[in-house]
Design a protein around this ligand. Sequence first.
Ligand SMILES: Cc1cc2nc3c(=O)[nH]c(=O)nc-3n(C[C@H](O)[C@H](O)[C@H](O)COP(=O)(O)OP(=O)(O)OC[C@H]3O[C@@H](n4cnc5c(N)ncnc54)[C@H](O)[C@@H]3O)c2cc1C
Ligand code: FES
Length: 345
Amino acid sequence: MRFKVTIQNPDGSPLAGLDAAPGRTILEMALGADVDYPHGCRSGNCGACKSHLLSGEIEMSPYSEFALNPEEKARGLILACRAVPWSDCEVQPVDAEDAAIHASRRLTCRIAEITQATHDIRILRLDTLSGGPFDFTAGQYAQITFEGFPPRDFSLANVPGEDQLEFHIRHVPGGVVTGYVMDKSAPGDEVLVAGPIGTAHYRQGHKGPIIAVAGGSGLAPIKAIVEAALKDGAGQDIHLYFGVRDEGDIYLEDRLEDLAAKHPNFSFTILLSEPSGKTARRTGFLSQAIADDFSDLDGFKAYLAGPPVMVESCAAALTAKGLNRRDCHADAFYTEAEKYEEEIR
Ligand SMILES: Cc1cc2nc3c(=O)[nH]c(=O)nc-3n(C[C@H](O)[C@H](O)[C@H](O)COP(=O)(O)OP(=O)(O)OC[C@H]3O[C@@H](n4cnc5c(N)ncnc54)[C@H](O)[C@@H]3O)c2cc1C
Ligand code: FES
């Protein structure tokens, strides 16, 4: 039996009416019909596709509680990327008012420069050859395809409007694409960039304090968000926490120092979780540092990016200190295999 799925705009007007295909999720159907539905991971991990189920019945496949917590589920919220309709349905994306709407682009780019940031992170700068202009909001990500490899998600590290696109790519042990980037990619190579994607982006309208938390190459979108806010003239306090394992994993410290020297409202803390020797730096986990440093985060906006475990633990620490869940915007750096594991859990 075929069902009808109606997608509503925030003001209640109809955005699209779709004929449900058996077994397909609402997000798959919407994107298949070229409806600009908010989404990120497509695997129930990020919460970007969170939607109100206004009427009808759906079945949800497994998802992370970070993306949709029990209280939200009880209020009738669903994840469109996990929801398969079982009757005619009406849905309304939650984040629609808050979504960064940019044209979806497929760019052909050329690697202009590769810099060794750490032993396992490379910074790539790309020139756009065709397919632009590429508009995005700081904090969003793109899918990069290196020739002969499947696409992979990487966050934009530059502030929107700059000539070159910047990405920070960490080598995942055993990783096919990131291994290629480490060993074989070179300036002059052409790559495809598709995007922008994601809703863990900078919210310009928020005037309260900002806490920005990065683990490893999670500094890419967090740096973009912080720099976009400072470029905007944001006057509120901005605290950046950058967590890495050891001294050799720190990068762009000079740049952060430079920003702190120029902007009295910006401060940053670097944390080593597994220092190999004696260190004068602060040590420990980001989640503990946040819990120690703040007593009440009500009214703050938080942006997080990096390894999934770090993102989950920091999001929990932030909300335990009073951060409103709707003020927590996070991109957990799942690999494709981890997304798959989440799907079959
Ligand atoms: C929204 C988002 C933004 C991101 N932004 C960034 C960023 O800015 N910078 C960054 O460095 N990373 C980022 N990531 C993470 C990045 O996408 C992954 O690290 C990348 O996809 C890894 O690709 P790969 O081909 O090297 O690894 P893969 O080849 O996909 O392998 C990943 C891991 O899975 C293992 N594996 C492979 N196949 C299987 C299998 N079948 N079963 C079990 N294990 C398997 C591999 O051994 C390896 O350990 C982001 C991720 C997301 C979701
Ligand atoms: S797109 Fe649905 S949870 Fe990420």
